[in-house]
Design a binder for this molecule. Structure first.
Ligand SMILES: [Zn+2]
Length: 417
């Protein structure tokens, strides 16, 4: 029923009315092999898939073209058995929530890059954030925040002969939903370290594939905000980004530089300081278009580890996520859409070298005078369900147009109506 009102509304909005009746037809119906409903992803599509990260960066004019993603996370406070080396109880729950809130504040507030000097790169929206995620089937787990008391594993020892930075035992012992939820482990300082008058307390962290480890801000001057910045840097590693001050990180918009801590240091730092999230600096508040694109490239790669952390919010049809295209758009990157796509009169949607997932029951509508160009692409449903296909409208002498080039597959279409 909702769809009927949407149709009526769009017809009025897009000027399809007057003396001609609008006739909608499903594209490919009646033509053999035009559409397939046998399901599954054809292997061939990966050969033409675009790996140009910049093509995956959100469009600032149309952020909805890159659907917002939520990454599932949980937080573990690992403490000594006497509970003195980390947060506990209600305070711990609030601190865990504060960490995720602060990380989200950073993810929602991307800044323009300082480097290269004089650049005109935009501060694009990241189009993802974090969601604390408890175990779904456990009524005793309402927070996704856990406390462990373990004298063997509570301490994060970053330096020296007992260092355990990359030790995964704490993850193996206490990890929760490791395949689908990014586990953030907050470890204490070692008691003996804090007793030593020469010990220098610094914030440290490491990304270990399915989890990240940081040390607790309970004993750090930078508080939760400093730890959130560090955690976002480690999150960047989890999402596939490399350090950007040296070597080649796969992005042209992250030049090499001396990796200064701040712009107030002596030359060359006054002119070559960076605020990039993947450098070591006091700001860590900037993601370049290519870095954001790289993150979304992995999010949209069906077999990528990063994709498994995402809440599959594209697996149900949502009217609010309808995309109405009114001008020319070229999608050269894969995406998982949560609503219908409407190609209005005069608009051209050109889809190439990509995989587009339409939501269950979703459809692409091409209005009279609108054009859909499909070139080397796969249109399917990535949730194992079926969508409605492409519908083309005719009104008087004006029709919607669909042009196909190269290897185009339209699968997972629900054929019975
Ligand atoms: Zn790093």
């Amino acid at each position: 029923m909702r769809r009927f009102f949407l149709f009526a509304f769009l017809n009025a909005l897009l000027g399809v009315s007057g003396c001609h009746r609008t006739i909608w037809e499903r594209y490919g119906e009646g033509l053999s092999l035009e559409i397939e409903n046998r399901g599954g992803v054809p292997e061939a599509y990966t050969s033409y898939l675009s790996r140009d990260y910049a093509a995956y960066a959100p469009d600032p004019e149309h952020p909805g073209y890159t659907p917002f993603k939520r990454l599932r996370v949980n937080v573990h406070f690992v403490n000594s058995r006497d509970s003195s080396m980390n947060f506990n109880g209600q305070e711990g729950i609030e601190e865990g929530r504060r960490l995720i809130q602060n990380m989200n504040t950073l993810l929602h507030d991307n800044r323009k890059p300082y480097l290269p000097k004089g650049n005109t790169l935009p501060a694009l929206p990241l189009r993802f954030d974090l969601q604390l995620t408890p175990r779904p089937d456990d009524p005793t787990d309402s927070t996704g925040i856990y406390f462990h008391y373990d004298d063997e594993l509570y301490a994060y020892i970053a330096y020296g002969k007992d260092r355990n930075r990359s030790d995964r035992r704490v993850i193996d012992r206490y990890g929760v939903q490791l395949d689908t939820v990014l586990n953030i482990f907050v470890l204490g300082f070692h008691k003996d370290s804090l007793l030593s008058p020469t010990y220098k307390k610094t914030a440290v962290g490491i990304a270990l594939g399915r989890a990240l480890k940081i040390n607790s801000w309970k004993h750090l001057g930078g508080g939760c905000w400093g730890s959130a910045k560090l955690s976002v840097h480690e999150l960047g590693h989890i999402l596939g980004l490399s350090h950007s001050w040296r070597g080649n990180d796969g992005c042209d918009d992250t030049p090499n530089h001396p990796n200064c801590w701040s712009c107030s240091e002596p030359p060359p730092c006054d002119s070559l300081c960076s605020n990039n999230v993947m450098d070591y600096n006091t700001y860590q508040n900037s993601w370049t278009p290519c870095q954001i694109g790289k993150v979304h490239y992995y999010f949209s790669s069906l077999n990528a580890r990063q994709r498994r952390f995402l809440e599959p919010n594209w697996c149900h049809w949502d009217e609010q996520k309808t995309l109405i295209l009114r001008d020319s758009v070229h999608w050269q990157s894969s995406r998982d859409l949560g609503g219908d796509v409407v190609v209005a009169s005069g608009a051209v949607l050109y889809i190439s070298r990509s995989r587009i997932s339409m939501p269950p029951g979703g459809r692409i509508e091409v209005f009279p005078g609108g054009t859909l160009i499909l070139e080397d692409c796969l249109l399917h449903n990535s949730c194992g369900k079926q969508w409605d296909g492409i519908f083309v409208a005719k009104s008087g002498k004006k029709t919607g147009k669909v042009i196909r080039r190269g290897d185009v597959r339209i699968v997972d279409v629900e054929l019975k109506r």
